[in-house]
Design a binder for this molecule. Sequence first.
Ligand code: MG
Length: 453
Amino acid sequence: MKRSFSPHKTSRRDAMKMIAAGSAAGLIGFTENPLSGVESRVKPSYATGMAPVKIRSLKAIATAPAGSNLVVVKVETTEPGLYGLGCATFTQRAEAVVTAINSYLNDFCTGKDVDRIEDLWQSAYVSSYWRNGPVLNNALSGVDEALWDIKGKRAGMPVYQLLGGKARFAVPCYTHAGGRTPEEVAASVQKFMEAGFRHIRIQMGGYGGVGTIGSQPDFKEAGFGGQNDGFMDQRGYLRSVPGMFEHVRKTCGEDVELLHDIHERVEPMDAINMIKQLEQYSPFFIEDPFSPENMEWFKQLRISTSVPIAMGELFNNINEFKMPMVNQWFDFIRVHVSQVGGITPAMKIARLGEWFNIRTAWHGPGDVSPVGHAANCHMDLAVWNFGIQEAVSFSEKLQSVFSGCPVMEKGYMSVNEVPGLGVDINEKEAAKYPIGTRSNWLIRKRDGTVIRP
Ligand code: MG
């Protein structure tokens, strides 16, 4: 037997001493083979089968079965049949993430121990020297989540068990209600309330009412900007939101929690003034009042209104959360988990939040893969300071590529009880849906000035 140092290992001489002293209750009755009891404590049966496993290779799988580009990392191991999947979806720059995974992380990770998630995360994080970007963080998330998936499979447990076990029976979610008018929005809210949702985000049109408010913008008439550039009438949006809240409250009552996403698209002081007007309708939270470049405005916001605020989907690095959380500038952590590098860093942000009573509200749009949604859900089940989860539905096409997707029922999300993250991929099906390289996030003011989301 190979000998190695372990503080928990009991040597033969120690064992004989213990037997002689008759002091070890666990050894009583082992007359035939006095060492067998010691051996079973040193290496219990439940720890067998955990021989070192190494990463054999990793690859990016890119697919767009529901239209959005999705990227998933598959980590294959030296153990036949054992692999893990992780979400690496940066939908707007998917090809760049694929390159980061296949050309750089594959080489960096091959041969490394699958069990050392923290060490691999930390070393991969600095392996490019320059860091913090969304491309590398998403690539790293793919590996990180895949290693959690593998650890769960090796332990024979769903990942939420490895994170501390269930702190709730399932995950309450909010869904998105929309419409072109307050009446349409209220009708949509009522439909979701009947389906069991208690938390509902309300928006008129796209973010900022794009597509529902305003006329032909001046910049288009002047031939400024691109053909497909969007227009947002900021003043029109600011005027319309309180009216939408008023109508939905009046029509749908007080039993439903209402949320709204500003999506950073108005001037900071205008956002503050609008949020103050919404106080009377008791929003559950208002999301993203400011772009990440305007963080200092939170001081003014917090002394102006007590409406709960969700923030952080555009943050890249977990350090961006530190001071806002210490200063209690917002109430909900709106992390896009793959954007910060996966489960490992997201759990650190969540745990930091616990000290300040700041709750989680992981970003969960259609441009997160089902593997990523499962990762969100496993963390939601385990952290005490869970707040709310953005709901998602998976189309038939998506489920033809990804099996074991989380399920929604009466406003709650659940994961299956399969070891790991519980989601698998059919690579043949995935290959039927190639990704694209177009991204269309450009919105302009009336005069053509670009608006920062
Ligand atoms: Mg948002």
